[in-house]
Design a protein around this ligand. Structure first.
Ligand code: HEC
Length: 218
């Protein structure tokens, strides 16, 4: 009998405790320090910040790490300017060509074809029309124009700026130029190791020695 009363009393207490919970309000926090950090929360609502939120937009003109602004406009003028003046900054090595091929086969070959003749699987299945061959004389593509159309896209071809980074795009440019050279029966460009910087370093050394001799003489 005594036990039953105890159990009943315990049950009443528990029901009281449980019934204090209200779904429309946040529950009671036993150890608030564990839930509420001292620092500001990124998307928290705080009056002291402009806009009432800790997370703010980057300052105007900010450039994300690893990203370089592309100065050519997405217009016919921008296209022509890039075509004439924009040059590939990477060296034309076999490694870059191989990396370019890998990316090309992923992103471009589906339309442009493995050889760049404009006869990829989607063209053969008539899913897309008007894909040119890279040796199309009327277009006379250049390293600058290839980069430009990859950056912005052109007509029914989309942009590849979000799938690839700057370096990768230039590797693809090298490979597209290789395909173009192959189609035209020319030898693709590969840069040799003799670079002018080595010569410059030597001149610098000689100059250094001669000044030393000069000071010794005095
Ligand atoms: C969905 C199909 C498709 C894919 C994928 C595609 N292209 Fe194209 N590409 C086109 C079409 C269509 C055109 C012709 C656009 C026009 O001028 O009307 C074109 C045109 C071009 C041209 C010539 C542009 C000029 O200056 O006249 C180049 C260079 C080119 N693409 C390179 C690439 C590269 C590099 C990739 C991969 C990163 C790629 N394309 C992926 C469909 C595609």
């Amino acid at each position: 009998m005594k036990n039953t009363i105890k159990i009943l009393a315990a049950a009443v207490v528990m029901i009281c405790v449980v019934s204090c919970k209200k779904d429309s309000k946040p529950n009671y926090q036993f150890m608030p320090n564990m839930y509420e950090p001292l620092s500001y929360e990124t998307y928290g609502d705080y009056g002291i910040f402009p806009g009432g939120q800790e997370a703010m937009l980057p300052a105007e003109g900010s450039i994300p790490r690893g990203w370089m602004p592309y100065d050519f406009k997405n217009s016919q003028e921008g296209y022509l300017l890039a075509k004439d003046t924009l040059k590939n900054p990477i060296r034309y090595t076999k490694e870059n060509e191989d990396a370019g091929k890998e990316l090309y086969d992923i992103y471009c070959a589906i339309c442009h074809g493995g050889k760049g003749d404009g006869k990829g699987p989607l063209v053969q299945r008539e899913k897309i029309l008007g894909v040119p061959s890279y040796d199309d004389i009327g277009r006379a593509i250049t390293e600058g124009s290839i980069y430009h159309v990859m950056y912005y896209g052109i007509n029914s071809m989309g942009s590849y700026a979000s799938q690839t980074n700057e370096h990768e795009r230039w590797q693809i440019v090298q490979y597209v130029q290789k395909l173009k050279a192959d189609l035209e029966g020319k030898t693709p460009r590969i840069d040799t190791d003799a670079t002018p910087t080595v010569v410059e370093a030597k001149v610098e050394e000689e100059h250094h020695e001669s000044t030393e001799d000069h000071s010794n003489a005095h």
